[in-house]
Design a protein. Structure first.
Length: 133
């Protein structure tokens, strides 16, 4: 296998450009996967970054997507347990920004992630956030 020519990338949100900051970001699951380097994603839950674990009854999920080369983002999904898409948008624009408030049932636990695609088949997928109530 030749890893040098594969188109997959990982975006990592770090607090700095040090080995420790990179390890901390990976251990905290603050990253996303994509096959298009120009496709960037920021996904937060109640202001906390993707990968966070929290307790909350209501959660504000913020999605910020951008294609730096101006290509369209054709579909955006908010996905939860069992891979179920609970929200879906078709922005057909190079940027997408949305905040969604969802409720977690008492005694329940859910995870949420963002998945988006372009018409060419490129995708980006966030790390999940885990929420218990």
């Amino acid at each position: 296998m030749d890893w040098a020519i594969r188109p997959e990338f990982v975006g990592v949100y770090t607090t700095g450009l040090t080995k420790k900051a990179l390890y901390d970001a990976l251990a905290s699951r603050r990253f996303y996967a994509t096959i298009d380097r120009a496709l960037t994603l920021n996904f937060t839950a109640n202001g906390l970054p993707m990968g966070s674990v929290m307790n909350s009854e209501n959660i504000d999920l913020k999605i910020d997507l951008s294609h730096k080369d101006g290509k369209a983002i054709s579909k955006v999904q908010l996905v939860t347990n069992q891979g179920k898409a609970i929200k879906e948008w078709t922005p057909n624009a190079s940027e997408f920004h949305e905040t969604v408030t969802v409720s977690v049932a008492p005694g329940a636990a859910q995870w949420f992630l963002t998945y988006a695609t372009t018409p060419e088949g490129a995708f980006v997928m966030s790390a999940p956030v885990w929420v218990a109530n």
